[in-house]
Design a protein around this ligand. Structure first.
Ligand code: IMP
Length: 190
């Protein structure tokens, strides 16, 4: 069993979050070297997670984990999807763009998706999982927690947006929480 995993991301917050989600294991998680740039050329979240994990693993000859996530809005044919981070310059811009595009839409249904891939030092994908959280896009923001599209993503089963939830509840219901919950038994039996 491997103990060190390089996270294919330049976001230190993501490493901290993964360390927390993988607390049952003794992994040492490290951030990828900043000079290693990865082009996300995939057409799906899973393709992008695989590209990132595989590239970092083969380049560094180490085990690597990558995730890719975003928001798919049904009335926009799944957009912004894999372009969620590139949909505007700031979270404020991205939220405003989405609300403008949905201005006349009655269908507000959407889902957050998270794909995770783990690659061995040869770049082969040994584990892949996905998590989905269904919700609705509100017409205005609600709540101050979280990041990204959290203030407009409403989860009917708990009557709250991601931005209104305490972090433990978001961890339980969110696409990322579910993807990691699916990952854990696979890692245990690996
Ligand atoms: P990445 O997978 O970290 O590159 O995230 C892609 C983009 O999707 C982020 O920049 C956010 O805009 C959006 N996103 C992913 N997960 C969440 C979430 O849990 N809440 C809000 N926005 C998210």
């Amino acid at each position: 069993m491997f103990t060190k995993l390089v996270v294919a991301s330049s976001n230190a917050g993501k490493v901290r979050e993964m360390q927390e989600l993988l607390r049952d294991f003794d992994f040492e998680l490290a951030l990828k070297p900043p000079e290693l740039d990865i082009e996300e050329t995939g057409k799906t979240f899973m393709e992008n997670a695989i590209i990132k994990a595989s590239y970092i693993a083969t380049t560094l000859k180490q085990w690597s984990i990558a995730d890719d996530s975003g928001l798919m809005v049904n009335a926009l044919n799944g957009q912004p999807g894999i372009y969620s981070a590139r949909y505007g310059k700031t979270d404020f811009d991205r939220i405003n763009r989405l609300l403008t595009e949905l201005k006349y839409s009655v269908d507000r249904s959407a889902q957050f998706v998270c794909a995770i891939a783990i690659a061995n030092p040869e770049g082969e994908i040994v584990i892949q999982t996905e998590g989905i959280c269904e919700g609705e896009i509100l017409t205005e923001t609600r709540g101050d927690n979280g990041f990204g599209y959290d203030p407009i993503f409403f989860v009917p089963e708990v009557n709250q947006t991601f931005a209104q939830m305490p972090s433990e509840l978001k961890e339980k219901l969110s696409h990322r929480g579910k993807a990691f919950a699916n990952l854990i038994p696979l890692l245990k039996s690996f």
